[in-house]
Structure formats: C-alpha cells, structure tokens
Design a protein around this ligand. Sequence first.
Ligand SMILES: Cc1cc2nc3c(=O)[nH]c(=O)nc-3n(C[C@H](O)[C@H](O)[C@H](O)COP(=O)(O)OP(=O)(O)OC[C@H]3O[C@@H](n4cnc5c(N)ncnc54)[C@H](O)[C@@H]3O)c2cc1C
Ligand code: SF4
Length: 807
Amino acid sequence: MTKQKLVLIGNGMAGVRCIEEIIKLEPDMFEIAIFGSEPHPNYDRIQLSKVLQGDTSIKDITINDWEWYEKNQILLYPGETVVSIQADEQFIITSKGRQVQYDKLIIATGSLPIMLPIPGADKEGITAFRDIKDCEKMLEYSKSHKKAAVIGGGLLGLEAARGLLNLGMEVSVIHLGDCLMERQLDKTAGQMLQKELEQQGMNFYLEKQTKEIFGGEKVEGLRFSDGEEIAADLVVMAVGIRPNIQLAKDSGIPVNRGILVNDWLETEVPNVYAVGECAEHREIVYGLVAPLYEQGKVLAKRICGQEASPYTGSTVSTKLKVSGVDVFSAGDIFGNEQVKTMMAYDDYSRTYKKILIKDGKMIGAVLFGDTSEGNRLLALIKKGADILEYTESGKSEQTGGSLVASMADEEIICGCNGVTKGAIVNAIQTQGLTTVEQVKGCTSASRSCGGCKSLVADLLEYTLGDQYNSTEQKEPICSCTTLSRDEVIQEIRDKGLTHTREVMNVLGWETEDGCSKCRPALNYYLGMMNPVRYKDERDSRFVNERLHANIQKDGTYSVVPRMYGGVTNVDELRRIADVAEKYDVPLIKLTGGQRIDLVGVKKEDLPKVWSELDMPSGYAYGKSLRTVKTCVGESFCRFGTQDSITMGIRMEKKFERISTPHKVKMAVSACPRNCAESGIKDLGVVGVDGAWEIYVGGNGGTHLRAGDLFCKVKTQEEVLEMTGAYLQYYRETAHYLERTSKWVERLGLDHIKSVLADKETRDSLNERLDEALSVLNDPWQEAIKSGEIQRELYETVKVPVDMKRGG
Ligand SMILES: Cc1cc2nc3c(=O)[nH]c(=O)nc-3n(C[C@H](O)[C@H](O)[C@H](O)COP(=O)(O)OP(=O)(O)OC[C@H]3O[C@@H](n4cnc5c(N)ncnc54)[C@H](O)[C@@H]3O)c2cc1C
Ligand code: SF4
C-alpha cells in the first residue's frame, strides 16, 4: 500500500502529540514530514518556567529527541518555516523555497506572544516568554543585569517573575488589573497570592498601564500612564498570546480569532486540519495543553479514518508553577446570583478553597495553599457532578494515599494528558510498572506540567502496597544517560569504578565528556563512596568550588573566612581590616551566617589574602557545611537555657569541610525564641529546659520550608551523634544538588526517623562520616603551600562558560 503524505506545520506540543497518536493508531499509513520554525526537536514549552526557575535545564525538557523522528521515519525540517499553503494543488512552500506535496495537512502553528506596541518597545532588553530563545535571553541577561520588570500579572508573568528572582534579579511585576491572575482567581485568592509572592521578594505595581519604555539603545525603565517611573534593565512582556493564523489566512483558509475548525478539527478546506492554540473551536481558542491534547486525539482518529466521538470542547484548569505557592483554578469561578459558593478560608495555615455550585452542580473551583484536590475537583466539574457527591463522599477531607484510594476509576489523575486513575492502575498491574517515570512513559501521566507526580506516586503506592519503594523512583541523572542516581551508584559499587571518565565509558554515557550536570554529580558520588581513596577531580567541580571563593559578576571573588559559631575576636578582626585595606577590598559585608565577607578580591590576590588572614576557609562557596549560626545563649541572655555557642562551635568544628549533595546550614538557639533561626535550617537545634530539640529539613531560601521536629536529646554529645548520623544518611541517599528540605520530603520524615532510631545504624553512619572527615584539609592552606595550585588556578585559569552558573 502506498503511504499517504502527511505534513505537519509546527513542531510544537499539540501538533506532535497528534502525530504520536496517529503513529499509535496507524504506524504505516503515512509518510510524515514536520516543519518547525524553531531549531529544536519537540520540547515541553510548559517546563520553560521550571528552566527559568532553575529546577531543570533546557536539555532536559525535550519531549521527543532527534532519534524519535528517525525511529518513526519522520522527516523533520527544524528551523524551516512554512510560508505558503497552496490548498488547491495540495502543497506547501517553505522559507527555504522547498515545495512539499501533501494528502493531509495539519496546521499547528500555536500562538504568538503579544508585544505591546508602545514607544520604546524596540529597545534592547525586551523579551517575551514563549520559547527557548526567550528563556535563554533572560538567563543571559540575569548574569550581568540587576533589575527586571515583568509586564503582566497573569500565569506566565508570575512564572517568569519567579524565575528572574531565582536568577538573582530584583523583580517588579506591573499589572493592569487590581488583582493578580484575575482570569483564574477571585479577589481573595488573588490577594493571598500577592502577599505570598511579596514575601518571596516580588514588587507589585497594580492598576498601572505602561505607557512607554525609556532608555537609550538599551532599556532603562518603564513609565506608567500616571507619570510614575521605575528602573529596569530587562523587560518581559507577558500580556497574553494571540493565535498564529497569518499563514492560514494568507492561504485562504477561513479564520476568525483562530483557524476555524469543526468538531473533527477540520478546516473548511478539504484535507486541511488545525489543532492546538491556533485553532478556534465553537468560538473558543484554548491556551493550555489539556484541551489541545484532547483535540489531537480526535483529529488522529479522524485522519486515520477511525470512528471518533466529536470534540465538543473542554473544561480547563490552571495551576501556577511557582515553588512555594500552590494555586489551582478550574471551570467557571465567577458566577452570578444563581451561583452558590462553598468556601473555607484558613488564615492560620494560609489555605483557601472555594467551590461554585449552580443548580446543585459543581461548576468551578479555586484552591490556594493546598491544591492536592485539584484534579479530582476538575473531574467532578467536568462531569457536572452534584455537590452532594463531593460533600457526602467525605473526600474533601482526604489527601495523599487515602484520596487516591477513594477515587473512582474514571476520575482524572493527570489533567494535562487526561489520564484516569483506572488507566494508570491498569498499566501498573499489567505492565509491571514500579516508578513514576515508567508510568509517565507508559501512560503519559505527569508528562507535561508534572503537577500530578505526587498523585501518581500515591497511586503506585496504593496499587503496589509493600512492593512500592519510594526511594527507587527512577529519574535519569541527566540527559547523557538513562540511568538514575541509584543505578549509577549501584554500578559504581558493583564494577568498582573509580573516576568520572571511567563511569561514563563503562556505563555507556551518550556524550563523551558528560555535561555540567553529571560531571560534578559523579565527582560527588565517587568521593562520597570512597572518601579515602578517591582523588577529587577539581575540573569536575563548579568554578566556585574549584577556586574556593565565590565568583562575583565583575569577575572578582568574595572571601569568607570561618568564624566558628559566629564568634570572632580582636585579633581576627584586626587581620581582616588589614587585609581589606592592603588589597583594596571594595566591600566588607556581614553575612546572614554570622561572618564577614570580603567582596571584590582579585583572583590573583586570593592566595595572599588567605595567607595573611590566617583563618580557615568558611566554605561559603561549597556544597558543604556552610555555617552553624548561634544565639548568645545562657551565658549572656536571660532567656537562655543552654550553652548554644559552645554547642554550635563544636558542631562546626566537627562537620566543617565535609562534602554534601548541596549546601548545608545549621543553627543553634538556646531557647524556643529561636534567635539563630534554627527552624529554617537544614539542621537546627533548639535548647529547651534540660534538653535539645533537633529540627531538620528547614530552608530559608527560595523554597521556604519550616524544619520538622526530628528528635529531642539531652546532651551535647547526643546532638553531635544524631547530627553526624543524619548528615551521613543525607550524604549517602540524596541526589546531588538536592537540599535537605527536598530530601526529607522525598524520603519522608518518618522513614529517616526510623532509620536513625537504631543505635547500630547511627554508629556505622558516624563511622563512615568520621572516615570521610579524617582526610580533609583546609583548601586555602593547600593553595597557599602549593606553587603548582597557585600557578594552575589563580594565575592562568580559564573558566568554562557552562560551569559558571552552577556555583
Ligand atoms: C512559559 C510557559 C508556561 C506554560 N505553562 C503551561 C501550563 O502550566 N499548563 C498548560 O497547560 N499550558 C502551559 N503553557 C501553554 C502551552 O505551552 C501551550 O498551550 C502549548 O505549547 C501550545 O501548543 P501548540 O502546539 O498549539 O503551540 P506551540 O507549542 O507554540 O507550537 C507551535 C510551533 O509551531 C511553530 N510554527 C509556527 N508557525 C510556523 C510555520 N509557519 N512553519 C513552521 N513552524 C511554525 C512555532 O515556532 C512553534 O514551535 C505554557 C506556555 C509557556 C510559554
Ligand atoms: S534564642 Fe533564646 S536564649 Fe538565644 S538569644 Fe534568643 S532569647 Fe536568648
């Protein structure tokens, strides 16, 4: 049978998903050609927010890599735009003058970001937030610029703003309305969101219309219609999108806001279909993947000549992907007089739930703070469920395992891909799946925004019972390999591998030199497993760790000597002052970790500065113990019940220099007033009458998290013993670059508690930690003493660009 020629215009999420569905139904029916303006294989646009926020990398958001196209015999034309459709003769013409005939043509050209046509909009430093190119521009700008302004307080604007904050920029969000995300949230949720984001460091300018972008060639700031001005080096326009329909329009295919399609995604022109954000169905243009994937399924069946139910439209839901802020909205959330609401507002735990009910049926919902019920509410709203079905099931009170257990088979787990509980359970049972990654590969659940990963994990646990192992959930350590962290460690152990190159060669890495993600990770794992024999590979470390100082944006370095427990003395202060004066240190800054930072030291001066300071490195650059912050405690404070300073100094002296998966901060307070902020440290100790409480998994940074009470012990020795065991368990089981806050959540506090409850286990963990500690020396001393290190690192070193960002 000769194959029909199928051409797809647009190598984006909706079009390629439709092709995947077609291949599943009829692998041999079509000869497929795909044209994409972007030079990349099909990637997950949704994850751009996570790339910007530093949670993943551009390399890791590819959905279908080059091999996928090859394997499925698809001719991909990346970086080639279709400029004309000759519908009468059924061929297309591309920007490279190529003409390609088709029997069936799918248009999936997506949307274009709206760029405000205001004066100054053509200056350098203005970007949208739509594709990899935009994302790269923001990442690049953040390295050398300070102030960002995001125009638009909707979903995209806020996700961009959060990303820019993470990249160290000062961020202002300018919004025309009086409430954030006003299309998805009501006033209460919008205000809660604003408060939360303000606490994270965003500045808001609401009810402001940007009239002009001023500056020279480059952006310098924004002027609003009321005359107010703000400074900005980077402007992100996130004011909306419009369907990309020009090609269709110019080619005579009927359009309105989008390309007009019927219930089978057919345009009015024979053999021409449209799917995704460029399509308008029943007067609606969708801007989220769930409906686009539903469209893709219907279109795939239609094109393959299979019977399909018509596409009748979708109920959409939204989740904001900003860490530390859980927001969900679905269906109609505004209502009118006939609409009743069910509301729960908890000011203490900062949660809010509102369900809208019309004629007894659920029609919309807003959740803030706890969104675990989101997908279930979406399923109920979609089917127009009676509110009694929700309230009487008692499910409104449930979360996690009990929630998935009580869900019906047809309820949706993955909103983006429309995957039901029944489909996932069936896949787990029939295909022997044990990890979230496998469920993703097999059913597409959690494949897009990733918001349902925890529900999928709950379902695995519910279905597999005792056979489920939460620590075995497979995720490759980077795109150079398909092996997970645990598998790599097992292989290193089994095969006795001893250095990073060997690991890459023996385990069949796809790249010769690895990447900036796996090289430092392998270096860490190898060192953690063989602390005595392993020779640290300096070249595999990020630049800050290689040079033992933090690189600053002007290429100078910051030097932070250790001050055990935040305590110093006259001698040290005098030496610091002398060094600062002698080496023209432009800034002397007190750090949040109770030490002194000499900022702006020239690289070639570093060894001399260290030598003259004659203090140990404070490891302010390292994946290691940073500081142990202490309060003044019982010696001076009238509330103090314990000697927090001695405790802190003992901890810092014992655990300094140890290499850990990510930085580790500790603190000791001598009473629950907690002046040393023990509650937001990786490990915080709080003195109470006659005892010490140990808190773990706290984080005061980007991903704010209060520590959990881990245990209560009586003596300083017990604090050291428990801390050592805890630290070593973290070293041995965490993924590289996983902070303890995430690690505690992944492994579960109860699990860690039960492991460390056993004295024998604690002892052996401490033994292994002591062994690792025993071989460590102060790196500044090593550099001072070694002419070779000085020549190699501080005189001639060149910093590879890809490693600069990891510090
Ligand atoms: C930062 C960000 C975060 C998002 N977060 C979410 C989220 O959390 N949840 C959610 O559901 N959705 C989210 N979205 C929206 C989601 O990504 C889109 O709905 C989806 O990508 C649309 O798919 P599409 O295939 O219609 O368009 P696109 O993915 O934009 O693909 C269209 C492709 O066609 C190409 N193209 C256009 N014209 C031509 C031509 N003439 N010739 C060749 N190629 C052409 C374009 O370059 C583009 O690559 C987000 C979007 C962004 C930008
Ligand atoms: S934590 Fe308690 S003991 Fe320590 S300084 Fe504060 S009030 Fe005093």
